[in-house]
Write a protein that binds this ligand. Structure first.
Ligand code: SAM
Ligand code: DTB
Ligand code: SF4
Length: 330
């Protein structure tokens, strides 16, 4: 049975997939995965926080929100040279995508933005896929980033529209979707996903997947994060999500958005090799590498090298055209 790309999934269909017997779900996701991707290939991405802490937003999960008392110290925008050095080191360690994150509510047209444009140019010149996550963007700002060589923009919808106001009150779901549209219109690759473990229901998870899979075009990249509970944030005491919930989320995303890169993102420090293998079987084909995500710990490079060796995985080259499109070109 060949899967096709659809943008008209109903909640009922997504719910039926999400609730399939878990081994059947993994099997089906594995079939779809192999139709569209090389199942031995996993993209390795590196994150760098270029502007840490002091954010005016109130995202309940986030250690960088100024209003919560966490151990994160507020820093200014990093110097361009330091960012480019980090990108070179990431490339040498096998990363093909470099994502720069800033604890901003939105981009402002000031000198910091000009510096970010310089960073984007520099990373692009290294032959890496360059990605940014800087908060809300206008269409003009998205175009400037595109001109500077930006390949992808990360902007997560995080949870369902219904649950959104329980997690963030300082902006709306609609604001998030507007930025995604501005990014898409500027012909920048879209990276958008969410977090599980925020106290949401299964219906909320299905709602989030419904929103993503019914966008006019699916995001090329869908990060699935497990909450990293950080002391001082309102969600510090949230229980760890079970691996089976992560697997169901990844597998459902893989089936309904078959061409997307599904990124096993935050939360890997609390998963062993076997658990991560289940996520790859369920269709995840990308990870963030390096001992820090933005501010929280992540497995170190040596640990991930062992993971790749153990599971016979190989890192995916930059700017690779998906198998499905190669077939279309033939
Ligand atoms: N400020 C920008 C924004 O919110 O779009 C960019 C940086 S923000 C830290 C990027 C994403 O990181 C958030 O949308 C959220 O999905 C994820 N994130 C933040 N804190 C997290 C946590 N404690 N656990 C899991 N994911 C988290
Ligand atoms: C995404 O979905 N996950 C990454 C990336 N996009 C920017 C960020 C995870 C951040 C986890 C919390 C931290 O390290 O501060
Ligand atoms: Fe700010 Fe982004 Fe953290 Fe929200 S997730 S508080 S917008 S840095």
């Amino acid at each position: 049975m060949n899967a096709e790309v659809r943008n008209d999934w109903t909640r009922q269909e997504i719910s039926a997939i999400y609730h399939m017997p878990v081994l059947e779900l993994i099997h089906r996701a594995g079939q779809v995965h192999r139709q569209f991707h090389d199942s031995q290939e996993v993209q390795v991405c590196t994150l760098l926080s270029i502007k840490t802490g002091g954010c005016p937003e109130d995202c309940a999960y986030c250690p960088q929100a100024a209003r919560y008392h966490t151990d994160v110290e507020v820093e200014k925008l990093l110097p361009t040279q330091q960012v480019l050095q980090a990108a070179v080191a990431a490339k040498e360690a096998g990363s093909t995508r470099f994502c720069m994150g800033a604890a901003w509510r939105e981009v402002r047209d000031n000198r910091d933005f000009d510096k970010v444009l310089e960073m984007v140019k520099g990373v692009c010149d290294l032959g890496m896929e360059v990605c940014c996550t800087l908060g809300m963007l206008t269409s003009e700002q998205a175009e400037k980033l595109k001109e500077a060589g930006l390949y992808a923009y990360n902007h997560n919808i995080d949870t369902s529209e219904d649950h959104y106001s329980e997690i963030i009150t300082t902006r709306t779901y609609g604001d998030r979707l507007d930025t995604l549209e501005n990014v898409r219109d500027a012909k920048i690759s879209v990276c958008s996903g969410g977090i599980i473990g925020l106290g949401e229901s299964e219906q909320d998870r299905i709602g989030m997947l419904h929103t993503l899979s019914n966008l006019p075009e699916h995001p090329e990249s869908v990060p699935v994060n497990a909450l990293v509970p950080v002391p001082g944030t309102p969600l510090e005491d949230q229980e760890k999500v079970s691996i089976w919930e992560m697997v169901r989320m990844i597998a459902t995303a893989r089936i309904i958005m078959p061409k997307a890169m599904v990124r096993l993102s935050a939360g890997r420090v609390r998963m062993n090799t076997e658990e991560q293998a289940l996520c790859f079987l369920a269709g995840a084909n990308s990870i963030f590498a390096g001992d820090k995500l933005l501010t929280t710990p992540n497995p170190d490079v040596a640990t991930d090298q062992e993971l790749f060796q153990r599971l016979d995985l190989k890192p995916r080259p930059a700017y690779k055209i998906p198998n499905s499109e190669i077939q279309e070109l033939k």
